[in-house]
Write a protein that binds this ligand. Structure first.
Ligand SMILES: *Cc1c(COP(=O)(O)O)cnc(C)c1O
Length: 345
């Protein structure tokens, strides 16, 4: 059996139709705004997200950075979750490069931020305080079991932001997973956000690329910020071509990943030594612990690897498995069997 690589959905390989579209793409110099394939991807993305305009960027990390730089100046403060990707996994770029001050609010286990704590964190005008400008949310929430935030929650945060004249940025790296899981249109989830990014390079299987979406003027400034951080690309339509295939052909099938994640969750939950909150597996991401008298977490990891299965030990004792297009139902069943073999029933 092939390697079963559950470390991340970024490991997805491009499809044959993507490779063909990439080879045949009409391209131009995108810094001059002359790459027809990128222009098309940006237009299609903006329309899907229900925003006026969009910007193609090399990564989700750059998309988040550019968005924060566009909303905030040096010394401004943003509110974001203590489990958020921007806070944990983006090398502190907003502070290092933007001089933006992160104010952390503890995430609920479902990825939401408690509204009362969020409101309490907003600064009033006072000599000693940095001005609060922006609330950042994440959907689906990677480090909260890939949980999707609902339109109702987005609306509540939207009302709070409007009340205090704040903007909302949505890190929607996996917003299409959220839309599929909740059976709502992706634009409904983006509606209350002033800016939103999403990734083509995860479950959507493109090799590279993310989009920033927002108002026309916002994207105009974001384009300048992209140039500033070195993200202005030239004949990158070859990459955008893959992204167009993602949006046209690979969104609906995310459902399969979610079903496979359910299968994996139910198989693993049946193993006594595995502690997994099955009820809260809603998309393609599972977190679990292993409590075995003889097998330590890193030993379990090694045993799986020896059997051709890779998962991530994301923090001491906590494993993450991410289901994606290159993981079949049969491989899911095999993974459960191997886990059982080592941990017992
Ligand atoms: C992957 C991810 C990003 C950024 O992705 P890169 O393209 O790897 O920079 C941002 N936010 C979340 C929630 C992610 O999972």
């Amino acid at each position: 059996m092939d390697l079963i690589d559950l470390r991340s959905d970024t490991l997805t390989q491009p499809t044959d139709s993507m490779r063909q579209a990439m080879a045949e793409a009409k391209v131009g110099d995108d810094v001059f705004g002359e790459d027809p394939t990128i222009n098309k991807l940006e237009a299609v993305s903006a329309k899907k997200l229900g925003k006026e305009a969009a910007l193609f960027v090399p990564s989700g990390t750059m998309g988040n950075l550019i968005s924060v730089l566009t909303h905030c100046g040096r010394g401004d403060e943003i509110l974001l979750g203590d489990r958020s990707h921007i806070f944990l996994n983006e090398v502190g770029g907003i502070s290092a490069l933007g001089g933006v001050h992160p104010h952390i609010v503890p995430n609920n286990s479902d990825g939401t931020l408690p509204l009362d704590l969020l409101e309490k964190a907003i600064r009033h005008e006072e000599l000693h305080y940095p001005p609060t400008r922006l609330i950042c949310l994440e959907n689906t929430h990677n480090y909260c079991q890939g949980n999707p935030l609902t339109p109702a929650y987005m609306q509540e945060v939207g009302a709070l932001a409007r009340k205090h004249s704040l903007k909302i940025h949505l890190d929607g790296a996996r917003i299409f997973n959220a839309a599929i899981a909740l059976d709502v249109d992706v634009s409904t989830l983006a509606k209350d956000a002033d800016s939103v990014i999403f990734c083509l390079s995860k479950g959507l299987s493109a090799p590279v690329g993310s989009l920033v979406c927002g108002t026309g003027p916002f994207i105009q400034t974001a384009r300048k910020m992209r140039k500033m951080v070195g993200g202005g690309m030239r004949q990158a339509g070859h990459l955008a071509a893959a992204g167009l295939v993602s949006l046209e052909c690979l969104v609906e099938r995310l459902q399969e990943d979610h079903q496979n994640a359910q299968e994996l969750a139910s198989g693993l939950t049946a193993i006594k030594a595995i502690d997994l909150d099955r009820e809260n597996v809603k998309t393609n991401i599972l977190f679990f612990r292993v409590n075995h008298p003889k097998i330590q977490p890193d030993n379990f990891l090694k045993r799986l690897e020896a059997e051709g299965i890779k998962i991530l030990l994301i923090e001491p004792g906590v494993f993450r498995a991410v289901v994606h297009r290159n993981i079949s139902r049969e491989q899911i069943r095999h993974t459960v069997e191997v886990a059982k073999k080592h941990l017992g029933e």
